[in-house]
Design a protein around this ligand. Structure first.
Ligand code: PMP
Length: 358
């Protein structure tokens, strides 16, 4: 076609399936519990007639609630349509150099998609055999920026904060982005490092620990200068990313600390029980600090490899209405990523796994 040689062609990110109907959904790391009742109340209290107006482009009420929650200034907060939007804006704003942006070969598979769509050079750095980070590579390579999910996805493994700090300090001329999508399930946050490190941005989401994946709300905390740069780019693309309903819901969620603690503690408890069951079924896995477990099995049938097992069990679970995540790519194709559901859902999962293992 005439226009096609002018198209920006990309290989898009593939999100997990969103099946309809009554299924057990352990494939996209959503929270198995509903959002805080305060969220429902905040949405109910909205005046429909107010929807005729544009939302606040500064997201002031939400940003100030987030700032208060973490003890930072409001001008250190940036909010977006899920952390995907926040990360996308971060790639566009801070990764404008000639050298490659660095991130691990096994990590959130959207990072290379953003780099590609924005034409940002990038280099992936292999994780070590135990799926942990190789810090020296990040400390000694020329780069235009670094992105680390901590805990990492889909491995679930957390790096110590001292490792993250060393990487930030070795790269004063690059922005280091720490994606803490899963930090609330037992990890140690890098937020205290913001005080002394202008080249750090911490990214959070309301999709997991705040049970608001459907609202699309995420945020970044950084130095006020960095946040100003980020806002300049946002206002050059779309001033009104956050809608009126999302702003109200996200604010209510961040303010309800008691409910947040209750649901994250429940998920952590279920996860630790799930680890015991997986071990009993002879799965191996890293010490997940997230709301999922990335588990590998040597194979349960004669001649079955780990990747054969993962593919077969993924399909077998699906036939039984249980959705987990399977990535058909080298190395990770030996694993199943299982989101932690309710205790009842996990019971169903283990019943099905026992059948499939035989
Ligand atoms: N970062 C990581 C590491 C994730 O796993 C996800 C979830 N897919 C996101 C960011 C994006 O989450 P959301 O856009 O829902 O905030």
């Amino acid at each position: 076609m005439g226009y096609e040689d002018k198209v920006r062609r990309v290989i898009p990110y593939t999100p997990g399936e969103q099946p309809r109907g009554k299924v057990i959904k352990l494939n996209t790391n959503e929270c198995p519990y509903p959002p805080s009742p305060k969220v429902a109340e905040a949405i109910r209290n909205l005046k429909i007639s107010d929807l005729r107006k544009y939302p606040d482009p500064l997201c002031s009420a939400l940003n100030s609630a987030i700032a208060e929650h973490y003890g930072v200034n409001e001008d250190q907060v940036f909010t977006g349509v899920g952390s995907d939007d926040v990360l996308s804006m971060i790639f566009l704003t801070f990764f404008n150099g000639q050298d490659p942006v660095l991130f691990p070969n096994i990590t959130y598979s959207f990072y290379d998609v953003w780099a590609s769509v924005y034409g940002i050079p990038f280099r992936t750095i292999p994780l070590k055999d135990d799926l942990t980070l190789d810090p020296a590579e990040y400390m000694n390579s020329k780069n235009s920026g670094i992105v680390l999910a901590n805990p990492n996805a889909p491995t679930g493994i957390e790096e110590e904060l001292s490792v993250i700090r060393d990487i930030i300090e070795a790269n004063p001329d690059s922005m280091v982005v720490v994606d803490e999508a899963y930090i609330d399930f037992g990890g140690e946050t890098a937020i205290p490092l913001l005080k002394d490190h202008e080249n750090l941005i911490v990214v959070r989401t309301m999709s997991k620990s705040r049970a608001l994946a459907g609202i699309r709300a995420g945020y970044a905390l950084g130095g006020s200068r960095a946040i100003k740069f980020l806002n300049d780019v946002k206002y050059s693309v779309n001033s009104y990313t956050m809608n009126t309903v999302a702003l109200a819901a996200a604010k209510a969620a961040i303010e309800d600390e008691a409910y947040f603690r209750e649901i994250t503690e429940k998920v952590i408890r279920t996860r630790e029980e799930a680890k015991k069951e997986l071990k009993r079924l002879q799965f191996t896995f890293g010490d997940s600090k997230t709301n999922f477990v990335f588990a590998r099995h040597e194979g349960a049938r004669p001649g079955e490899s780990a990747s054969d097992f993962a593919a077969r069990v993924f399909e077998g679970l699906k036939e039984r209405g249980i959705f987990v995540r399977y990535f058909n790519k080298p190395i990770v194709n030996e694993y199943l990523r299982i989101t932690i559901g309710t205790d009842e859902e996990m019971k169903e999962l283990f019943k099905a796994l026992e059948e499939l293992i035989g």
